[in-house]
Design a protein around this ligand. Structure first.
Ligand code: 5AD
Ligand code: SF4
Length: 441
């Protein structure tokens, strides 16, 4: 029996899908990358923007048609999109042929759901209202790589930024016990993983509500002692990025000097409407402090254009902040109204063509900055963690710098999983090219 998983959305979903895979393998299935050979196809979905949802619906329609020719095929749809009850119901009534619909909170029950459906031969819709009293621990994971490993540290989000659906589908903040986290990181390091990515919607809230007092900075210090490896985390909230955390990072050599700090907007007025809890000034002060402490820091951000009520002046303030912060990379999004969030109800929604125009201008500015920051790296040597042959050009190897930038370079496949010094010879907006320095070529 073969299974196949398709994933939409963030790293959190990628890791959930690894757990889903682990649960399915426990039921005796083997993974395949080819959906046409699979006996079980799972879609693990995202609802952060409408576009993601539309794509999933299109894919369900396609698979349902295929199922007519392959009646034994089991189709499952889960994750953030189906955690919204109205969406789960919509799929179950309009897309007959989907066998299992589940949410985010009952992912750990997928094995049972699967055996039930196989036994009864009847469709199953199970979406939990809330996240349950305890975090499910000791779940198996079919990890998708052997070099970089994901580890959850905190689930859910209490922030309720006014545009965001995540707190509604991921529930309230729950931190995992530090002992559980440490054990998982140790296990991955023992297995030879070189990089650990700590996951949470807002990692800075880590520790709140745990019986023993610990902060995110404290957790980083504790994990830093476990070996020599790269330690990253995703996502930070600029409001909660304090001196104590900066100090912990400074004293933890394994923690990458890479900062992902979602700006969302450069206008203090819009930030207030978004309920972000910081201002343009405090955000820029944080960036200055980071560059002061870590001159080599690599910075990235998320920005939404066209939030309701965003004027040309507000948008220009975003451009100004982008200009000043000089992000290495920015993930830019068109504002997408999400049902049930306060911003979707706001009156002055920005017309699509205005959003598109602003988006293009922002992208243009950021591309210029990304290119110039990459160009400044040429001639210098960086430690690159080699991930394997490049996906776009298999004749070269690809890896990442500590700042998380992709570097392509000629070299043997055996270097996969190793740290090698690479001199940057050419810079593009999205990637770098180089050659190995020293005797390793
Ligand atoms: N519309 C557009 N972008 C959004 N994001 C979150 N909600 C929305 C929305 N309704 C973006 C934010 C967040 C990233 C993961 O997705 O920038 O940081
Ligand atoms: Fe959404 Fe804000 Fe929570 Fe991030 S911090 S998941 S943007 S509500």
């Amino acid at each position: 029996m073969l299974y196949h998983i398709e994933i939409w959305g963030c790293q959190m979903n990628e890791h959930d899908a690894e757990i889903l895979g682990g649960l399915i393998e426990r039921e005796g299935y083997v993974r395949t990358d080819d959906p046409s050979r699979a006996d079980l196809i799972c879609l693990y979905t995202c609802c952060v923007r409408e576009k993601a949802e539309a794509k999933v619906l299109g894919r369900i329609g396609q698979l349902r048609r295929e199922k007519k020719e392959r009646p034994g095929l089991i189709l499952a749809v889960g994750g953030c999109m189906t955690q919204q009850k109205q969406v789960a119901r919509y799929i179950s009534t309009h897309f007959k042929g989907v066998d299992i619909i589940f949410g985010t909170h009952n992912l750990h029950r997928f094995g049972e759901m699967l055996s039930q459906v196989r036994q009864d031969n009847r469709a199953l819709l199970e979406v939990w209202d809330n996240e349950g009293a305890e975090i499910a621990e000791n779940l198996p994971a079919a990890r998708s790589g052997t070099i970089k490993g994901y580890v959850n540290i905190i689930y859910g989000c209490n922030n309720f930024c006014s545009y965001c659906i995540v707190p509604y589908v991921r529930g309230r903040e729950r931190s995992r016990e530090p002992d559980e986290i440490e054990a998982e990181v140790r296990d991955l390091l023992d297995k030879g993983y070189q990089e650990i990515m700590l996951l949470g919607q807002n990692v800075n809230s880590y520790g709140r509500g745990l019986s023993r007092e610990i902060t995110f900075g404290g957790l980083l210090r504790r994990l830093d002692r476990l070996g020599t490896y790269r330690l990253r985390y995703m996502t930070s909230h600029p409001r909660d990025f304090n001196e104590e955390l900066l100090e912990a990072i400074r004293e933890s050599p394994n923690v990458c000097r890479q900062f992902h700090l979602p700006l969302q907007s450069g206008s203090t007025r819009i930030l207030k409407e978004m309920r972000r809890g910081y201002t343009q000034e405090s955000y820029l002060a944080l960036i200055r402090r980071i560059y002061e402490l870590f001159p080599e820091a690599s910075l990235s951000t998320d920005i939404i254009v066209g939030f309701p009520g965003e004027t040309e002046e507000d948008f220009e303030e975003t451009l100004e902040v982008v200009e000043k912060a000089r992000f290495d990379q920015a993930f830019t999004f068109l504002y997408s109204p999400r049902e049930g969030t306060p911003a979707a109800e706001m009156e002055d929604q920005v017309p699509e063509e205005v959003k598109a125009d602003r988006f293009a201008r922002l992208l243009d500015l950021q591309n210029r900055i990304s290119l110039s920051k990459n160009q400044a790296m040429t001639g210098q040597v960086y430690e690159v963690l080699v991930e394997g042959p490049s996906r776009s050009n298999g004749s070269v190897m690809a890896g990442r710098t500590e700042g998380n930038k992709v570097v392509n370079f000629p070299g043997p496949e055996e270097l996969t999983g190793q740290l090698v010094p690479v001199e940057i010879t050419e810079a593009k907006t999205w990637s770098l090219y180089g050659r190995i320095r020293g005797g390793k070529a």
